[in-house]
Design a protein around this ligand. Structure first.
Ligand code: CA
Length: 236
């Protein structure tokens, strides 16, 4: 089973959104289109796309406003596609939190390359920031020590491998939330890892053997069948 990356194209000109849709669909992406800023906001929250391709000149608002607003609640990658070629517009978009900027007219290869890079960066970013973060996460007898790269059970080192630690570290950073198999795989092993979650299952079986009293009835990391894993919420 392959899960496609979903791209939201925010563009009011039908010929351009049609062009982008054709390129992306032909290259294995799922594409949804918003024709205005307000439509973009509702589609980002209802469809959770993996990336946004954003035109700056929209009928109801300026794309810069969209970048600013979206960045208040999500780090979803945003690639700006605009006819404005001024340096200051590019700088402004990037400063507001866009990940990349393409000037119209652009070619299919360029668009695809930029989108793939933006998705990859965000993904490695979250996993890396989880691994690189500091402090502790505690839930009952479980402690994730982010400084020492260790998981402790009742104060004892559970001796996780590097990969096992990365999985637990990521789940701990998003405790209480379900992370899909696909998301975890891509976070930890890059976008090419999609397709099989065997490696993740094997690692999870080992993690549970090391941290759970009864691996068949986990208390810390739960399986959401067919979806992914969820770390119990931490003690506050
Ligand atoms: Ca436009």
């Amino acid at each position: 089973m392959t899960i496609k990356d979903k791209v939201l194209v925010v563009e009011d000109e039908k010929s351009i959104s049609g062009f982008i849709r054709a390129i992306l669909t032909a290259n294995g992406f799922d594409v949804i289109v918003a024709h205005s800023g307000s439509e973009a906001f509702s589609m980002i929250s209802s469809h959770c796309p993996d990336l946004v391709v954003l035109d700056l000149g929209l009928p109801d608002m300026d794309g810069m406003e969209i970048i600013e607003t979206v960045r208040q609640w999500t780090q979803i990658p945003i690639v700006v596609v605009s006819a404005r070629s001024y340096e200051r517009d590019k700088v402004q978009a990037l400063e507001k939190g866009a990940d990349d900027y393409i000037t119209k007219p652009f070619g299919a290869a360029e668009l695809l390359a930029r989108i793939r890079v933006a998705i990859r960066h965000t993904r490695t970013g979250l996993a890396n920031s989880a691994i690189a973060s500091t402090g502790k996460f505690t839930a009952g007898d479980l402690t994730i020590d982010y400084d020492k790269h260790q998981v402790l059970i009742r104060g004892e080192n559970a001796h996780l491998t590097q990969n096992e630690f990365r999985i637990v570290a990521l789940l701990g950073k998003c405790a209480g939330k379900v992370l899909t198999y696909d998301f975890i795989m891509k976070e930890l092993w890059g976008p090419q890892s999609k397709g099989s979650n065997q490696i993740l299952r094997v690692n999870m079986a080992n993690i549970r053997r090391k941290i759970e009293k009864n691996p068949a009835e986990p208390q810390y990391i739960f399986t959401e069948v067919g979806v992914g894993y969820r770390m119990i919420e931490g003690d506050s």
